[in-house]
Design a protein around this ligand. Structure first.
Ligand code: RIB
Ligand code: CA
Length: 315
């Protein structure tokens, strides 16, 4: 398990909640968590994060409320048809704690200066806070070890449009700024997350665990309702948890080439498309100098089983 200090940026919806469970169960050194609007409002995501972290005994991790609106746009509303009206499958957790006064962007900049060259960033929602942090401190990329995002789609269709994945589509301007910055970004997109699944058997076993696994299993009811007609059987896609497992190193990609990645930041039909240049797979097209991002195109089978075993370790 990576002993590095982490900043997590999330829009605590249901797969974000599973990710919080994974990070806590794996003992990740979470220095701070920022919320961003996406699945629900940044304020609602912070509430869910605070309540779940307290339920897991990790109320010590500070939570900051991040950007409500995407850059140059307005929050598009709660994705209640996927995550429920409250973002976590309409499960009511005991309310616990309050967010800190600083914004998520301010927290990220502060942590980068407190852990220069060591802080790792995991972003599993729209990238608005990371873009705002870059504006606050242009030196940020030199202070951050690396960034891992759940977002994008390289060789597969999108989920909110034929070409765009939700986190990128929700704030393509921010995603463009994040990918233009000089830090290395690992893109964990729909190419691998759509095939990382929880089946009904996983959900039933999770529900037989302790209080935290039970709460996470209860959240999955709404999430399964959304994914079952898409996937053709009672199951769901494990987008954010897979990105977290790759970030922690507990899942090692079978394919993750170093490639240029651009974003269509227009508001046309291509909005939010991640344009991944894979020409360097041919020896005649060596990577251009400065190419630093990776796109994950393959992971081993069996992540659902691994995630279940990890989450069942929670109390
Ligand atoms: O497209 C999947 C992503 O959008 C996940 O991060 C999910 O939580 C939503 O934010
Ligand atoms: Ca998310």
């Amino acid at each position: 398990m990576s002993g590095a200090p982490w900043y997590l940026d999330c829009d605590t919806g249901i797969d974000d909640a599973l990710t919080l469970g994974l990070l806590v169960a794996e003992g990740a050194d979470l220095k701070g968590i920022g919320s961003v609007s996406g699945n629900l409002s940044a304020a609602g995501g912070a509430r869910n994060t605070l309540d779940l972290m307290s339920l897991m005994g990790r109320a010590d991790v500070p939570v900051a409320v991040g950007a409500h609106d995407p850059l140059g746009d307005e929050f598009h509303g709660v994705a209640d048809f996927v995550h429920g009206a409250n973002g976590i499958g309409d499960v009511e957790l005991p309310r616990a704690g309050e967010p800190v006064a600083e914004s998520a962007a301010e927290m990220l900049v502060r942590l980068a200066h407190e852990h220069p060259g060591a802080l790792r960033v995991l972003a599993v929602g729209p990238l608005t806070n990371l873009a705002l942090a870059l504006a606050l401190d242009p030196e940020l990329p030199s202070l951050v070890a690396d960034v891992v995002i759940m977002g994008g789609a390289a060789l597969v269709p999108g989920n909110v449009s034929s070409v765009a994945e939700a986190n990128i589509w929700n704030d393509p301007v921010a995603a463009d700024l994040v990918l233009q910055a000089s830090w290395p970004v690992t893109m964990v997109g729909l190419d691998v997350t759509m095939d990382a699944r929880f089946e009904e058997t996983h959900r039933v076993e999770l529900a037989a665990g302790g209080a935290v696994p039970k709460a996470l299993a209860a959240m999955l009811g709404v999430y399964f309702q959304y994914y079952t007609p898409i996937l053709g059987r009672p199951s769901c896609a494990l987008h954010d948890p897979l990105a977290a497992a790759i970030a922690l190193g507990t899942v090692v990609p079978t394919s993750a080439p170093v490639v240029p990645i651009e974003v269509d930041a227009t508001d046309g039909p291509g909005r939010g498309q991640t344009l991944v240049d894979l020409r360097s797979r041919f020896v005649g097209y060596p990577p251009q100098p400065g190419t630093r991002h990776r796109v994950v195109l393959g992971v081993p089978e069996g992540f659902g089983d691994e995630l279940l075993a990890t989450l069942l370790r929670l109390p």
